[in-house]
Design a protein around this ligand. Structure first.
Ligand code: DQQ
Length: 485
């Protein structure tokens, strides 16, 4: 390592079992695909530093969705091309046996759809099409706010895609295009009737970035990244689709925390729909530069449309392969508010599974990343009365460099019935699943290096916490492969 390269491993906030590049900046997941059995994760990447800029596509490969090896950068801007100023987000599909990308090329003010193809088993090398850009601009008849990011599917012998967009004064939308051959594209219309959208997911956004549209069972799902509200959030709709129009019937937030953005999903060979999202940082750009890295992926999440029409989100089963040492503590020993006796397990790279029994009105608080002096902790609060699950990062760090907040989801599930809270703590990442159906994610940067304690507190009935399981989690990244970049 040359002396001017920051040692990223010196930063105690750097995750070890969530995917991230060897160094520098990462944002959106791109081009997710299972190809010849292997999983490929591409991502928005700035190889020039831990800040957003000069977007490239980084690349990693996995045999099992959880252990990743770094691959060389897959796409870089071409000085004379339509992507001279950046290779923005896009997706991957199989076009006549060749892995093919649809991505947004940026030059000056133009953001235009382009394609690239790979004939390499490992998807390491890509050829950009001579016909790029394949769409010359947004439809002239519409007053669009943005025009970028792609989700492609096959339907009735044609290729279809939606491109993220918005209509001046109205809100977000996704524009549908159709092609016989992946190169000639005609504008079909707006995927949704923007005027009929009753919810803030449309109106609250200047534009929808990273639209992701797919079928799930008998339903269709659209997820959209709502740009440029604060905090940035991801909305979803489930509903029906006919004649190139999607009719939303249910909607909600994919993750009500302030960290999860720009997700993308894909169908793997087993038919599961799997989503990754970018977990944004919550500390200053100065802190990123000092640390030498910024941005991390969520764990892979399996999506399903649940019986009530909502979008279910569960961690994929493979994550259990990262489990190492295990500790099980019964309820009466865990609810007293003392730090749990974790023994050799370091509480900053763990999975916790807390079972809360039904029939109680108890509030259960799980504090993680607790410092020994009690001054720093990150709280997950299940409030049965208010039927909420909250992630509170306001006391996570004594450092002025961190933006904390209180984020909650309201859900009938919280009110009664047995609850399983699955919490992944990975240094600065806290990802919480409620009954493996809802998720809320946040970032925490305790100043104390030893802030890795775990504590469970109940307001009166200790017995409401039935058990707690703790696993230490092994690292998921082959560090040696980082030298390929
Ligand atoms: N990030 C990409 C864009 C996308 C945005 C640029 C969302 O393509 O709209 O890095 O985070």
């Amino acid at each position: 390592m040359s002396s001017d390269v920051v040692d990223v491993t010196a930063d105690h906030h750097r995750p070890t079992f969530h995917f991230l590049p060897p160094r520098n900046w990462m944002n959106d997941p791109n081009g997710l695909i299972q190809w010849q059995g292997a999983y490929h994760l591409f991502y928005q990447h700035n190889p020039n530093g831990a800040f957003w800029g000069t977007m490239h596509w980084g690349h990693a490969m996995s045999e099992d969705l959880v252990h990743w090896k770094h691959m060389p950068i897959a796409l870089a801007p071409s000085a004379d091309g339509p992507d001279a100023d950046g290779v923005f987000s896009g997706c991957a599909v199989d076009v006549h046996g060749a892995a093919t990308l649809m991505y947004t090329a940026v030059r000056g003010d133009d953001q235009l759809p382009c394609i690239a193809t790979s004939h390499d088993d490992n998807l390491a090398s890509w050829t950009k099409s001579d016909r790029n850009p394949v769409i010359p601009g947004p439809p002239e008849e519409l007053q669009t706010t943005i025009f970028r990011d792609h989700s492609v599917w096959r339907e009735d012998g044609h290729w279809y895609q939606v491109i993220g967009s918005g209509i001046e004064g109205k809100g977000g939308t996704a524009l549908v295009y159709r092609s016989p051959d992946f190169e000639e594209w005609e504008f079909v219309g707006s995927l949704v009737d923007v005027d009929a959208l009753k919810t803030d997911i449309g109106r609250d956004a200047t534009g929808w970035e990273c639209p992701d549209f797919f079928r799930s069972g008998d339903s269709y799902v659209l997820t959209v990244s709502m740009w440029d509200r604060h905090p940035l959030r991801v909305g979803y709709f489930t509903g029906t689709y006919e004649n190139n129009r999607f009719i939303p019937e249910h909607e909600g937030l994919v993750d009500p925390g302030a960290s999860f953005y720009a997700p993308q999903s894909f169908s793997d060979d087993s038919g599961r729909r799997i989503m990754f999202g970018w977990l944004k940082e919550s500390r200053s750009e100065e802190a990123h530069r000092r640390a030498g890295w910024a941005g991390v992926m969520s764990l892979p999440r399996e999506l399903t449309v649940l019986d009530d029409g909502s979008l279910g989100t569960a961690p994929v089963a493979e994550i259990a392969e990262l489990r190492n040492a295990h500790l099980r503590i019964s309820g009466d020993r865990v609810a007293n508010g003392e730090l749990l006796p974790l023994g050799d397990i370091r509480g900053n790279a763990i999975e916790l599974l807390v079972h809360v029994g039904s029939g109680t009105r108890d509030t259960v608080t799980i504090d993680v990343l607790c410092s020994r002096d009690g001054r720093e902790s990150t709280s997950i609060v299940l409030d049965r009365e208010r039927k909420t699950l909250a992630l509170d990062t306001r006391r996570s760090s004594e450092s002025a460099d961190m933006d904390g907040g209180y984020y909650s989801l309201e859900d009938e599930r919280c009110g009664d019935g047995p609850i399983a809270l699955r919490v992944y703590v990975d240094h600065s990442v806290v990802e919480v699943f409620l009954n493996d159906e809802r998720c809320i994610t946040g970032r925490a940067y305790p100043a104390a290096v030893d802030a890795s304690g775990v504590r469970v507190v109940t307001n009166d009935e200790a017995a409401s916490v039935e058990s707690i399981d703790v696993w230490s989690m092994e690292s998921s990244i082959d560090d040696a492969s980082g030298d390929r970049q």
